[in-house]
Write a protein that binds this ligand. Structure first.
Ligand SMILES: NC(=O)C1=CN([C@@H]2O[C@H](COP(=O)(O)OP(=O)(O)OC[C@H]3O[C@@H](n4cnc5c(N)ncnc54)[C@H](O)[C@@H]3O)[C@@H](O)[C@H]2O)C=CC1
Ligand SMILES: O=C(CO)COP(=O)(O)O
Length: 394
Protein backbone atom coordinates (compact mmCIF):
# COMPACT_ATOMS: atom_id res chain seq x y z
CA UNK A 1 0.00 0.00 0.00
CA UNK A 2 1.28 3.50 -0.80
CA UNK A 3 2.54 5.63 2.07
CA UNK A 4 0.29 8.25 3.66
CA UNK A 5 0.18 11.45 1.67
CA UNK A 6 -0.83 13.60 4.61
CA UNK A 7 2.59 15.11 5.09
CA UNK A 8 3.59 16.12 1.60
CA UNK A 9 0.75 17.87 -0.14
CA UNK A 10 1.03 21.53 -1.06
CA UNK A 11 -2.10 23.20 0.13
CA UNK A 12 -3.09 26.03 2.40
CA UNK A 13 -5.01 23.89 4.84
CA UNK A 14 -3.64 23.53 8.37
CA UNK A 15 -3.17 19.81 8.98
CA UNK A 16 -3.35 19.22 12.69
CA UNK A 17 -4.90 22.37 14.10
CA UNK A 18 -8.05 23.93 12.75
CA UNK A 19 -9.62 27.26 13.63
CA UNK A 20 -13.19 26.53 14.58
CA UNK A 21 -14.62 30.04 14.81
CA UNK A 22 -15.31 31.31 11.31
CA UNK A 23 -13.43 28.37 9.72
CA UNK A 24 -10.87 28.88 6.96
CA UNK A 25 -7.80 28.37 9.13
CA UNK A 26 -7.35 32.08 9.81
CA UNK A 27 -7.49 32.13 13.64
CA UNK A 28 -4.69 32.89 16.08
CA UNK A 29 -3.15 30.21 18.28
CA UNK A 30 -5.32 31.36 21.18
CA UNK A 31 -8.48 30.82 19.14
CA UNK A 32 -7.42 27.49 17.77
CA UNK A 33 -8.36 24.08 19.02
CA UNK A 34 -7.97 20.66 17.59
CA UNK A 35 -10.94 19.48 15.55
CA UNK A 36 -11.77 15.90 14.80
CA UNK A 37 -11.03 15.46 11.13
CA UNK A 38 -13.06 12.90 9.24
CA UNK A 39 -11.30 10.20 7.27
CA UNK A 40 -12.96 9.21 4.00
CA UNK A 41 -12.92 5.83 2.28
CA UNK A 42 -14.54 5.24 -1.09
CA UNK A 43 -15.67 1.62 -1.45
CA UNK A 44 -15.55 1.05 -5.21
CA UNK A 45 -13.32 2.16 -8.03
CA UNK A 46 -15.23 1.74 -11.28
CA UNK A 47 -16.07 4.58 -13.64
CA UNK A 48 -18.20 6.59 -11.19
CA UNK A 49 -16.30 5.39 -8.12
CA UNK A 50 -13.08 6.84 -9.53
CA UNK A 51 -14.72 10.16 -10.38
CA UNK A 52 -16.30 10.30 -6.91
CA UNK A 53 -12.86 9.76 -5.35
CA UNK A 54 -11.45 12.57 -7.51
CA UNK A 55 -14.24 15.00 -6.54
CA UNK A 56 -13.87 14.17 -2.85
CA UNK A 57 -10.08 14.37 -2.95
CA UNK A 58 -10.19 17.88 -4.40
CA UNK A 59 -12.33 18.94 -1.42
CA UNK A 60 -10.49 17.14 1.38
CA UNK A 61 -7.37 19.08 0.39
CA UNK A 62 -9.23 22.35 0.85
CA UNK A 63 -11.41 21.71 3.90
CA UNK A 64 -10.11 21.55 7.45
CA UNK A 65 -12.73 19.13 8.66
CA UNK A 66 -11.38 16.26 6.53
CA UNK A 67 -8.08 14.40 6.40
CA UNK A 68 -6.41 15.01 3.06
CA UNK A 69 -5.98 11.37 2.19
CA UNK A 70 -8.86 9.56 0.49
CA UNK A 71 -8.63 5.79 0.47
CA UNK A 72 -10.25 4.08 -2.53
CA UNK A 73 -10.94 0.36 -2.19
CA UNK A 74 -10.09 -1.42 -5.44
CA UNK A 75 -11.55 -4.78 -6.41
CA UNK A 76 -8.18 -6.17 -7.43
CA UNK A 77 -7.58 -7.42 -10.93
CA UNK A 78 -4.61 -8.13 -13.16
CA UNK A 79 -4.17 -5.90 -16.16
CA UNK A 80 -3.06 -7.30 -19.54
CA UNK A 81 0.43 -5.93 -18.72
CA UNK A 82 0.61 -8.40 -15.81
CA UNK A 83 0.45 -5.59 -13.21
CA UNK A 84 -2.15 -5.23 -10.46
CA UNK A 85 -4.71 -2.49 -11.02
CA UNK A 86 -4.26 -1.01 -7.51
CA UNK A 87 -0.48 -0.74 -8.00
CA UNK A 88 -0.89 0.98 -11.36
CA UNK A 89 -3.40 3.44 -9.85
CA UNK A 90 -0.93 4.32 -7.09
CA UNK A 91 1.99 4.63 -9.53
CA UNK A 92 0.22 6.67 -12.21
CA UNK A 93 -2.56 8.35 -10.17
CA UNK A 94 -4.98 7.12 -12.85
CA UNK A 95 -7.52 4.34 -12.94
CA UNK A 96 -6.21 3.11 -16.28
CA UNK A 97 -9.02 0.58 -16.69
CA UNK A 98 -12.18 2.40 -15.58
CA UNK A 99 -11.26 6.08 -16.01
CA UNK A 100 -8.24 6.30 -18.28
CA UNK A 101 -6.61 9.66 -18.94
CA UNK A 102 -7.84 11.35 -15.74
CA UNK A 103 -5.61 12.14 -12.75
CA UNK A 104 -7.42 11.30 -9.53
CA UNK A 105 -5.44 13.62 -7.24
CA UNK A 106 -2.25 12.67 -5.41
CA UNK A 107 -4.15 12.26 -2.17
CA UNK A 108 -6.18 9.31 -3.52
CA UNK A 109 -4.64 6.05 -2.35
CA UNK A 110 -5.83 2.78 -3.88
CA UNK A 111 -6.09 -0.09 -1.42
CA UNK A 112 -7.10 -3.63 -2.49
CA UNK A 113 -7.65 -4.83 1.11
CA UNK A 114 -11.32 -4.09 1.89
CA UNK A 115 -11.20 -4.50 5.66
CA UNK A 116 -8.00 -2.47 5.95
CA UNK A 117 -9.38 0.26 3.67
CA UNK A 118 -12.45 0.89 5.85
CA UNK A 119 -11.15 0.35 9.37
CA UNK A 120 -10.36 3.98 10.24
CA UNK A 121 -13.00 5.67 8.09
CA UNK A 122 -15.50 8.08 9.64
CA UNK A 123 -17.15 8.60 6.25
CA UNK A 124 -17.80 5.68 3.89
CA UNK A 125 -18.82 6.28 0.28
CA UNK A 126 -20.28 3.14 -1.29
CA UNK A 127 -20.11 3.10 -5.09
CA UNK A 128 -19.94 -0.41 -6.55
CA UNK A 129 -22.36 -2.08 -8.95
CA UNK A 130 -25.36 -3.02 -6.80
CA UNK A 131 -25.07 -6.78 -7.30
CA UNK A 132 -21.82 -6.88 -5.28
CA UNK A 133 -23.07 -5.02 -2.23
CA UNK A 134 -24.59 -7.92 -0.35
CA UNK A 135 -21.23 -9.75 -0.37
CA UNK A 136 -19.32 -6.58 0.51
CA UNK A 137 -21.63 -5.86 3.47
CA UNK A 138 -21.17 -9.43 4.77
CA UNK A 139 -17.39 -8.89 4.75
CA UNK A 140 -17.71 -5.58 6.57
CA UNK A 141 -19.87 -6.67 9.52
CA UNK A 142 -18.02 -5.74 12.71
CA UNK A 143 -15.16 -4.13 10.77
CA UNK A 144 -16.28 -0.47 10.86
CA UNK A 145 -15.89 2.30 13.38
CA UNK A 146 -19.03 2.53 15.54
CA UNK A 147 -19.46 6.21 14.64
CA UNK A 148 -19.06 5.72 10.87
CA UNK A 149 -21.54 7.44 8.54
CA UNK A 150 -22.23 6.15 5.04
CA UNK A 151 -23.53 7.40 1.73
CA UNK A 152 -24.53 5.23 -1.22
CA UNK A 153 -24.02 6.35 -4.83
CA UNK A 154 -25.28 2.96 -6.02
CA UNK A 155 -28.24 2.82 -8.38
CA UNK A 156 -30.01 -0.49 -7.80
CA UNK A 157 -31.95 -2.61 -5.31
CA UNK A 158 -32.13 -6.12 -3.91
CA UNK A 159 -35.33 -8.12 -3.67
CA UNK A 160 -35.81 -10.16 -0.50
CA UNK A 161 -38.68 -12.45 0.48
CA UNK A 162 -40.16 -9.54 2.45
CA UNK A 163 -40.01 -7.28 -0.62
CA UNK A 164 -37.66 -4.73 -2.14
CA UNK A 165 -34.61 -3.68 -0.17
CA UNK A 166 -32.89 -0.48 -1.22
CA UNK A 167 -29.08 -0.56 -1.11
CA UNK A 168 -28.95 2.18 1.53
CA UNK A 169 -31.19 0.00 3.75
CA UNK A 170 -29.00 -3.03 3.11
CA UNK A 171 -25.99 -0.99 4.27
CA UNK A 172 -27.82 0.44 7.28
CA UNK A 173 -29.32 -2.86 8.37
CA UNK A 174 -26.32 -5.11 7.83
CA UNK A 175 -23.69 -2.69 9.13
CA UNK A 176 -25.72 -0.84 11.75
CA UNK A 177 -24.82 2.60 10.41
CA UNK A 178 -26.80 5.55 9.07
CA UNK A 179 -26.75 5.77 5.25
CA UNK A 180 -27.64 8.73 3.02
CA UNK A 181 -27.72 8.53 -0.80
CA UNK A 182 -26.35 10.67 -3.63
CA UNK A 183 -28.03 10.32 -7.03
CA UNK A 184 -28.43 12.59 -10.03
CA UNK A 185 -27.80 13.28 -13.70
CA UNK A 186 -24.21 12.20 -13.34
CA UNK A 187 -22.58 10.58 -16.34
CA UNK A 188 -19.17 10.01 -14.78
CA UNK A 189 -16.99 10.71 -17.82
CA UNK A 190 -18.49 14.19 -18.17
CA UNK A 191 -17.91 15.09 -14.53
CA UNK A 192 -14.37 13.72 -14.78
CA UNK A 193 -13.48 16.53 -17.21
CA UNK A 194 -15.22 19.23 -15.18
CA UNK A 195 -18.44 19.61 -17.17
CA UNK A 196 -21.18 21.04 -14.95
CA UNK A 197 -23.61 18.65 -13.25
CA UNK A 198 -26.11 18.72 -10.41
CA UNK A 199 -26.76 15.98 -7.87
CA UNK A 200 -29.17 15.26 -5.03
CA UNK A 201 -28.29 14.01 -1.56
CA UNK A 202 -31.19 12.14 0.04
CA UNK A 203 -31.20 12.03 3.82
CA UNK A 204 -33.51 10.57 6.44
CA UNK A 205 -33.28 12.70 9.61
CA UNK A 206 -30.06 14.58 10.20
CA UNK A 207 -29.69 17.72 8.06
CA UNK A 208 -26.28 18.17 9.70
CA UNK A 209 -25.02 14.90 8.22
CA UNK A 210 -26.56 15.75 4.84
CA UNK A 211 -24.70 19.08 4.90
CA UNK A 212 -21.45 17.27 5.63
CA UNK A 213 -21.94 15.12 2.52
CA UNK A 214 -22.80 18.19 0.46
CA UNK A 215 -19.59 19.81 1.69
CA UNK A 216 -17.58 16.73 0.75
CA UNK A 217 -18.95 16.48 -2.82
CA UNK A 218 -19.85 20.02 -3.86
CA UNK A 219 -17.47 21.75 -6.30
CA UNK A 220 -17.77 24.63 -8.76
CA UNK A 221 -18.89 22.13 -11.42
CA UNK A 222 -20.79 19.67 -9.18
CA UNK A 223 -23.75 21.32 -7.45
CA UNK A 224 -25.30 19.19 -4.74
CA UNK A 225 -28.72 19.77 -3.13
CA UNK A 226 -29.93 17.98 0.02
CA UNK A 227 -33.48 16.59 0.07
CA UNK A 228 -35.17 14.88 3.02
CA UNK A 229 -36.45 11.89 1.06
CA UNK A 230 -33.94 9.09 1.02
CA UNK A 231 -36.31 6.54 -0.55
CA UNK A 232 -37.53 8.91 -3.25
CA UNK A 233 -34.01 9.89 -4.27
CA UNK A 234 -32.74 6.30 -4.30
CA UNK A 235 -35.74 4.93 -6.18
CA UNK A 236 -35.30 7.62 -8.84
CA UNK A 237 -31.67 6.59 -9.36
CA UNK A 238 -32.60 2.91 -9.42
CA UNK A 239 -35.71 2.92 -11.61
CA UNK A 240 -34.41 5.31 -14.25
CA UNK A 241 -32.04 2.56 -15.43
CA UNK A 242 -35.09 0.53 -16.54
CA UNK A 243 -36.43 3.55 -18.44
CA UNK A 244 -32.99 3.93 -20.07
CA UNK A 245 -33.25 0.41 -21.49
CA UNK A 246 -36.64 1.27 -23.00
CA UNK A 247 -35.13 4.42 -24.53
CA UNK A 248 -32.27 2.35 -25.95
CA UNK A 249 -34.72 -0.09 -27.57
CA UNK A 250 -36.46 2.87 -29.24
CA UNK A 251 -33.09 4.16 -30.50
CA UNK A 252 -32.17 0.72 -31.86
CA UNK A 253 -35.50 0.56 -33.67
CA UNK A 254 -34.89 4.10 -35.06
CA UNK A 255 -38.26 5.27 -33.83
CA UNK A 256 -37.21 8.90 -33.47
CA UNK A 257 -37.30 11.60 -30.84
CA UNK A 258 -41.03 11.85 -30.25
CA UNK A 259 -41.30 8.16 -29.41
CA UNK A 260 -38.30 8.43 -27.12
CA UNK A 261 -39.87 11.41 -25.36
CA UNK A 262 -43.06 9.36 -24.89
CA UNK A 263 -41.00 6.56 -23.33
CA UNK A 264 -39.32 9.03 -20.99
CA UNK A 265 -42.67 10.52 -19.97
CA UNK A 266 -44.30 7.16 -19.30
CA UNK A 267 -41.14 5.96 -17.59
CA UNK A 268 -41.06 8.92 -15.22
CA UNK A 269 -44.73 8.39 -14.45
CA UNK A 270 -44.11 4.74 -13.59
CA UNK A 271 -41.08 5.72 -11.48
CA UNK A 272 -43.21 8.09 -9.46
CA UNK A 273 -46.14 5.69 -9.14
CA UNK A 274 -44.05 2.73 -8.00
CA UNK A 275 -41.96 4.82 -5.60
CA UNK A 276 -45.10 6.15 -3.92
CA UNK A 277 -46.76 2.74 -3.75
CA UNK A 278 -43.67 1.28 -2.08
CA UNK A 279 -42.99 4.28 0.17
CA UNK A 280 -45.99 6.61 0.62
CA UNK A 281 -43.67 9.20 2.20
CA UNK A 282 -41.91 9.82 -1.16
CA UNK A 283 -42.33 13.45 -2.19
CA UNK A 284 -43.56 14.62 -5.61
CA UNK A 285 -40.95 17.39 -5.59
CA UNK A 286 -38.11 14.80 -5.58
CA UNK A 287 -38.96 13.93 -9.18
CA UNK A 288 -38.05 17.48 -10.20
CA UNK A 289 -34.61 17.31 -8.59
CA UNK A 290 -31.48 16.20 -10.43
CA UNK A 291 -32.10 12.61 -9.28
CA UNK A 292 -35.50 12.59 -11.04
CA UNK A 293 -36.29 14.14 -14.40
CA UNK A 294 -32.69 15.23 -15.05
CA UNK A 295 -31.27 11.73 -14.56
CA UNK A 296 -33.99 10.24 -16.77
CA UNK A 297 -32.99 12.65 -19.53
CA UNK A 298 -29.21 12.22 -19.31
CA UNK A 299 -29.36 8.43 -18.99
CA UNK A 300 -31.79 8.09 -21.89
CA UNK A 301 -29.47 10.25 -24.01
CA UNK A 302 -25.99 9.16 -23.03
CA UNK A 303 -25.86 6.26 -20.57
CA UNK A 304 -24.45 2.75 -20.82
CA UNK A 305 -27.84 1.06 -20.34
CA UNK A 306 -29.20 3.02 -23.29
CA UNK A 307 -26.17 2.17 -25.42
CA UNK A 308 -26.36 -1.60 -24.82
CA UNK A 309 -30.15 -1.65 -25.23
CA UNK A 310 -29.77 0.08 -28.60
CA UNK A 311 -27.36 -2.66 -29.72
CA UNK A 312 -29.74 -5.32 -28.35
CA UNK A 313 -32.65 -3.96 -30.40
CA UNK A 314 -30.52 -3.52 -33.55
CA UNK A 315 -29.71 -7.22 -33.32
CA UNK A 316 -33.43 -8.02 -32.98
CA UNK A 317 -32.86 -9.23 -29.41
CA UNK A 318 -30.75 -12.15 -30.64
CA UNK A 319 -27.65 -11.39 -28.55
CA UNK A 320 -27.77 -11.46 -24.79
CA UNK A 321 -27.14 -8.44 -22.60
CA UNK A 322 -24.30 -10.33 -20.88
CA UNK A 323 -22.55 -10.68 -24.22
CA UNK A 324 -23.16 -7.06 -25.19
CA UNK A 325 -22.02 -5.77 -21.79
CA UNK A 326 -18.77 -7.73 -21.99
CA UNK A 327 -18.12 -6.57 -25.57
CA UNK A 328 -19.14 -2.92 -25.26
CA UNK A 329 -18.26 -1.89 -21.69
CA UNK A 330 -14.80 -3.41 -21.02
CA UNK A 331 -15.50 -4.49 -17.47
CA UNK A 332 -18.04 -1.78 -16.57
CA UNK A 333 -21.39 -3.14 -15.43
CA UNK A 334 -24.97 -2.52 -16.50
CA UNK A 335 -27.47 -2.04 -13.69
CA UNK A 336 -30.69 -1.80 -15.69
CA UNK A 337 -31.14 -5.42 -16.78
CA UNK A 338 -30.96 -6.86 -13.27
CA UNK A 339 -33.00 -3.94 -11.91
CA UNK A 340 -35.73 -4.66 -14.50
CA UNK A 341 -35.82 -8.26 -13.21
CA UNK A 342 -35.90 -7.12 -9.58
CA UNK A 343 -38.71 -4.64 -10.31
CA UNK A 344 -40.63 -7.33 -12.21
CA UNK A 345 -40.40 -9.67 -9.22
CA UNK A 346 -41.82 -6.98 -6.95
CA UNK A 347 -44.62 -6.17 -9.41
CA UNK A 348 -45.53 -9.85 -9.90
CA UNK A 349 -45.47 -10.57 -6.21
CA UNK A 350 -47.77 -7.65 -5.45
CA UNK A 351 -50.09 -8.19 -8.43
CA UNK A 352 -49.10 -4.85 -10.01
CA UNK A 353 -47.72 -6.02 -13.38
CA UNK A 354 -50.58 -4.50 -15.36
CA UNK A 355 -50.20 -1.17 -13.60
CA UNK A 356 -46.63 -0.82 -14.90
CA UNK A 357 -46.61 -1.73 -18.60
CA UNK A 358 -43.28 -0.10 -19.37
CA UNK A 359 -41.36 -1.69 -16.51
CA UNK A 360 -42.98 -5.09 -17.19
CA UNK A 361 -42.34 -5.00 -20.91
CA UNK A 362 -38.67 -4.01 -20.53
CA UNK A 363 -38.02 -7.15 -18.48
CA UNK A 364 -39.94 -9.34 -20.92
CA UNK A 365 -37.85 -7.95 -23.79
CA UNK A 366 -34.58 -8.42 -21.88
CA UNK A 367 -35.51 -12.06 -21.25
CA UNK A 368 -36.51 -12.62 -24.92
CA UNK A 369 -40.17 -13.24 -24.10
CA UNK A 370 -41.18 -10.24 -26.19
CA UNK A 371 -39.39 -8.74 -29.21
CA UNK A 372 -37.76 -5.28 -28.86
CA UNK A 373 -40.57 -3.83 -31.01
CA UNK A 374 -42.94 -4.64 -28.16
CA UNK A 375 -41.69 -1.53 -26.37
CA UNK A 376 -44.02 0.52 -28.57
CA UNK A 377 -46.38 -2.15 -29.86
CA UNK A 378 -47.28 -3.99 -26.75
CA UNK A 379 -50.81 -2.72 -26.52
CA UNK A 380 -51.35 -4.60 -29.80
CA UNK A 381 -49.25 -7.69 -28.99
CA UNK A 382 -50.37 -7.98 -25.47
CA UNK A 383 -53.69 -6.31 -24.84
CA UNK A 384 -53.34 -6.55 -21.08
CA UNK A 385 -50.60 -3.92 -21.30
CA UNK A 386 -51.02 -0.49 -22.83
CA UNK A 387 -48.21 2.04 -23.05
CA UNK A 388 -49.57 5.42 -24.04
CA UNK A 389 -52.14 6.73 -21.66
CA UNK A 390 -52.14 3.35 -19.91
CA UNK A 391 -52.18 2.62 -16.20
CA UNK A 392 -49.83 3.96 -13.50
CA UNK A 393 -52.13 6.94 -12.96
CA UNK A 394 -51.47 7.79 -9.34
N1 LIG B 1 -20.66 5.36 -14.44
C1 LIG B 1 -21.56 6.32 -14.27
O1 LIG B 1 -21.65 7.25 -15.10
C2 LIG B 1 -22.46 6.30 -13.08
C3 LIG B 1 -22.65 5.17 -12.30
N2 LIG B 1 -23.48 5.21 -11.23
C4 LIG B 1 -23.69 4.05 -10.38
O2 LIG B 1 -22.52 3.79 -9.61
C5 LIG B 1 -22.43 2.40 -9.29
C6 LIG B 1 -21.03 1.93 -9.61
O3 LIG B 1 -20.79 2.08 -10.98
P1 LIG B 1 -19.38 2.41 -11.62
O4 LIG B 1 -18.47 3.08 -10.64
O5 LIG B 1 -19.66 3.15 -12.88
O6 LIG B 1 -18.76 0.96 -11.88
P2 LIG B 1 -18.34 0.30 -13.28
O7 LIG B 1 -19.52 -0.32 -13.92
O8 LIG B 1 -17.58 1.29 -14.10
O9 LIG B 1 -17.26 -0.77 -12.89
C7 LIG B 1 -17.51 -2.02 -12.39
C8 LIG B 1 -16.79 -2.12 -11.06
O10 LIG B 1 -17.14 -3.35 -10.42
C9 LIG B 1 -15.97 -3.93 -9.89
N3 LIG B 1 -16.18 -5.35 -9.71
C10 LIG B 1 -16.17 -6.34 -10.63
N4 LIG B 1 -16.40 -7.52 -10.04
C11 LIG B 1 -16.56 -7.27 -8.72
C12 LIG B 1 -16.86 -8.08 -7.59
N5 LIG B 1 -17.03 -9.40 -7.70
N6 LIG B 1 -16.97 -7.48 -6.38
C13 LIG B 1 -16.83 -6.15 -6.25
N7 LIG B 1 -16.55 -5.33 -7.28
C14 LIG B 1 -16.43 -5.90 -8.50
C15 LIG B 1 -14.91 -3.57 -10.88
O11 LIG B 1 -13.63 -3.70 -10.31
C16 LIG B 1 -15.26 -2.12 -11.16
O12 LIG B 1 -14.72 -1.28 -10.19
C17 LIG B 1 -23.55 1.72 -10.08
O13 LIG B 1 -24.65 1.47 -9.25
C18 LIG B 1 -23.94 2.75 -11.13
O14 LIG B 1 -25.31 2.66 -11.52
C19 LIG B 1 -24.14 6.35 -10.85
C20 LIG B 1 -23.97 7.50 -11.58
C21 LIG B 1 -23.14 7.57 -12.75
O1 LIG C 1 -26.52 6.85 -13.75
C1 LIG C 1 -25.96 7.33 -14.71
C2 LIG C 1 -26.02 8.76 -15.03
O2 LIG C 1 -26.63 9.51 -14.03
C3 LIG C 1 -25.22 6.45 -15.66
O3 LIG C 1 -26.12 5.59 -16.26
P1 LIG C 1 -25.58 4.30 -17.01
O4 LIG C 1 -25.19 3.29 -15.97
O5 LIG C 1 -26.69 3.85 -17.89
O6 LIG C 1 -24.38 4.76 -17.82
Amino acid sequence: MAPSLEDNNNNNKSNSIAAVAGGGGGGTIGEEMTTVKSRVTVVGSGNWGSVAAKLIASNTLKLNSFHDEVIMWVFEEMLPTGEKLSQVINRTNENVKYLPGIKLGKNVVANPDLENAVKDANLLVFVTPHQFMEGICKRLVGKLRADAEAISLIKGMEVKREGPCMISSLISEQLGINCCVLMGANIANEIAVGKFSEATVGYRKSKEIADKWVQLFNTSYFAVTPVQDVEGVELCGTLKNVVALAAGFVDGLEMGNNTKAAIMRVGLREMKALSKLLFPSVKDSTFFESCGIADVITTCLGGRNRKCAEAFARNGGKRSFDELEAEMLQGQKLQGVSTAKEVYEVLRHRGWLELFPLFSTVHEICTHRLPPTAIVEYSEHNPKYSLVGGPAKF
